[in-house]
Design a protein around this ligand. Structure first.
Ligand SMILES: *Cc1c(COP(=O)(O)O)cnc(C)c1O
Length: 392
């Protein structure tokens, strides 16, 4: 009975009634292993007791006051995020797109304060940054933009993982003020750039006085085996956006900044009615503390390496498998053909997976996954791919 819902999604013919850890249950009690966790949102799995307890307790005390009053939990969360991210200040939003909007507004203010009237932000082909007007413009996918013209001005596009292209832009575009990039593309097909990419990009940003803005909405909160994916490269961004895994399902986004970038916004420049309210802040604090106390960030790294190895052993030589990529619990298996129907086939096997960029099987399992569940994902996904490719 979805006739009163706007026609924006075409959901699979299934709904879930409850969840526990890495499992979801439908109304008939059928159990599904969740290798997607709400698109990298429920990193602690479903109904994690620490998160449930935190939000139940907070709901009984106070949900919302607005940012017209101090919010202790929001201040505490900002402090904890700055500690693990080595950043200085945080603005809280309710979603990823809004976190990126904050970052883009910061880039423009930064440009204007340098005397640049038409500041340009460099963005990448194959990227995804959200569905608001500015973030869909930043997104490097025509399907997401088509029909929504006129798009927002002030963006320059470069191929991903191509430093020479960025250097060319630097030479030709004196109004460029920032680079917005995902450390690993999520929706774009789990593309992992060259090892030196972020290091060199950081150097280019320093050389040209650009803000380095990292969209870690999908890669952050331990997903790749470090708190944030850029930490693998040993660099620090000026601005970083988070959302997805931050609240384990309670909507919350964040835009973090460091150094001079942390002082760009002044009172009146930006705001959000809900952003960082006591409820969402309590959820995110529980997530952060659980990830830390249970060593789940390291666990994601180890388990991810193991999964990648198993997939390479099993599918590596198979004709039709173009690439097997992964960092931590963010894995993509690229095939030589469109494979969206694998989602439905996996569902029949009681496994939840995703296909993105048409040809990439994407796995984003929860960080609390057991070795046994990991093994089950490998065997089921491998069987499905072997059968699918065998059909010619
Ligand atoms: C999901 C995602 C977004 C958008 O987040 P929403 O909460 O859906 O607005 C932006 N950037 C990346 C990299 C994402 O994966």
């Amino acid at each position: 009975m979805a006739e009163h819902l706007m026609n924006t999604y075409q959901p699979l013919a299934i709904s879930f009634e409850h969840g526990e850890g890495a499992y979801l249950f439908d109304k008939d009690g059928n159990r599904y292993l969740d290798a997607l966790c709400g698109i990298a949102v429920c990193g602690l799995g479903h109904a994690h007791p620490a998160v449930s307890e935190a939000i139940c307790n907070q709901a009984r005390r106070l949900l919302h006051t607005s940012n017209l009053y101090q919010i202790g939990l929001q201040e505490e969360l900002a402090g904890e995020l700055c500690r693990v991210a080595e950043m200085d200040r945080v603005f809280f939003s309710n979603s990823g797109a809004e976190a990126n909007e904050a970052a883009l507004k910061m880039a423009r203010l930064y440009g204007h304060r340098k005397g640049i009237d038409t500041p340009q932000v460099i963005v990448m082909e194959g990227s995804f940054h959200g569905r608001t007007m500015a973030t869909l413009t930043a997104t490097g996918n025509r399907k997401i933009q088509a029909g929504f013209e006129p798009l927002v001005p002030g963006f320059l596009r470069s191929p991903y993982d191509d430093l020479d292209a960025i250097r060319t832009i630097a030479q030709n575009s004196p109004n460029s003020v920032a680079v917005l990039v995902e450390p690993i593309t999520g929706e774009g097909g789990i593309r992992i750039p060259d090892e030196n990419y972020l290091v060199e990009l950081r150097a280019l940003c320093d050389e040209h006085g650009w803000l380095m803005i990292l969209d870690e909405i999908q890669t952050g909160m331990g997903r790749t085996g470090r708190w944030f994916a850029h930490q693998h490269a040993g660099i620090k961004p000026d601005v970083m956006t988070l959302a997805k895994g931050l609240g384990n399902g309670v909507p919350i986004g964040a835009c973090l900044a460091r150094g001079a970038a942390a002082d760009i916004f002044k009172p009146g420049n930006h705001g959000s009615t809900f952003g960082g309210n006591p409820l969402s802040a309590s959820a995110a604090l529980a997530v952060l503390h659980t990830l830390e106390q249970d060593g789940l960030v390291e666990r994601a790294g180890q388990l991810g390496r193991h999964l990648l190895e198993l997939f390479k052993q099993r599918l590596g030589g198979l004709e039709g498998v173009v690439a097997i990529r992964g960092k931590g619990l963010m894995l993509g298996i690229e095939l030589d053909r469109a494979c969206g129907e694998l989602v439905q086939r996996a569902l029949q096997r009681k496994l939840l997976i995703n296909v993105t960029a048409d040809k990439v099987v994407r796995l984003l399992p929860p960080l609390i996954l057991s070795d046994e569940q990991a093994g089950q994902i490998v065997s089921t996904v491998s069987e499905l791919i072997e059968t699918f490719l065998g059909e010619g």
